[in-house]
Write a protein that binds this ligand. Structure first.
Ligand code: ADP
Ligand code: MG
Length: 265
């Protein structure tokens, strides 16, 4: 598989009047095209900082970033890779309809042509939101809003999806279904995705590989490829397998034990 992203020895600290807050310490990993990577770590450990560096919103203090093998010197990487960023809150605008919301990225990029309009309408049909396209966000459930936010992200044809705890605002039952739906959509369209979560179950159920980060400043404690013999479509079926239990126990041990660092699998 072709490499999409490489991080080499990336470190970052925030500096302000109160002093220095080290957030990332010597982070190195790779993501291949079409891969679904989950990154888990305790709250405040540096997960969003890591995603901001990957997106080019922050520049690493130390270390290097490569997209498709090309060294990235500054924040702008748009000529090599198109990045879609989805956040915890759906950030839909109440004064716009669902359709007007999902075309927003295309409007901002000046790429709202007939082909892209048709693509967005198709996505609305695929994700069961077509009947709601003229509604306002407040008329939709939390899960539907999150699907609308995903369509807005997908509409710009991203090469890489960055998902920063996108399901945390949902109640646990909705979360299970919406996260499975969204993972299915990402797999079907063969998108490359990095999902940040503090929920280990979610990471194991959805991803091809899980990275576990330490407390701040985050370093990589463990990297584990995930394989299941059952279909991933049904999250409950996945969670009932012996494989799931094994992954969970191993990763939980790493996540909660300050000492344990497992070599890459
Ligand atoms: P996570 O997403 O894992 O919860 P973050 O990456 O948001 O963690 O933050 C990592 C650490 O850096 C936290 O301790 C946070 O308080 C600190 N931090 C985040 N943003 C800033 C900032 N702009 N200035 C100073 N410190 C920050
Ligand atoms: Mg965060």
């Amino acid at each position: 598989m072709q490499l999409l992203l490489t991080l080499q020895d990336v470190s970052y600290a925030y500096h302000n009047l109160k002093g220095e807050t080290p957030a990332l310490s010597h982070i190195s990993f790779e993501v291949s095209q079409g891969e679904f990577l989950a990154i888990v770590g305790p709250s405040g450990c540096g997960k969003s900082t890591l995603l901001s560096i990957i997106a080019g919103l922050l520049t690493p203090e130390e270390g290097d970033l490569f997209y498709k093998g090309q060294y990235i010197t500054d924040c702008d990487r748009s000529d090599i890779v198109r990045i879609g960023y989805m956040l915890q809150r759906d950030h839909l605008f109440e004064w716009r309809t669902i359709y007007q919301n999902v075309i927003l990225g295309l409007e901002l990029n000046h790429t709202l042509n007939q082909e892209n309009r048709d693509y967005v309408l198709q996505l609305l049909k695929d994700y069961d939101l077509y009947a709601f396209k003229d509604k306002k966000p407040s008329e939709l459930s939390g899960g539907m809003r999150q699907r609308a936010a995903l369509i807005r992200t997908m509409a710009i044809h991203p090469d890489l999806l960055l998902l920063d705890e996108p399901f945390s605002a949902l109640d646990s039952q909705t979360r299970l279904n919406v996260s499975a739906d969204i993972a299915q959509i990402i797999r079907q369209t063969n998108k490359t995705a990095i999902l940040i979560t503090h929920d280990l179950s979610e990471a194991i159920t959805l991803a091809d590989r899980v990275l576990v980060l330490s407390k701040r400043p985050a370093c990589i404690k463990c990297e584990m490829p995930i394989h299941f013999s059952v279909d991933r479509q049904d999250p409950m079926e996945v969670r009932n397998t012996a494989e799931y239990q094994l992954y969970f126990n191993q990763l939980w041990e790493v996540l909660t034990n300050e000492q344990s660092i497992v070599p890459s699998a």
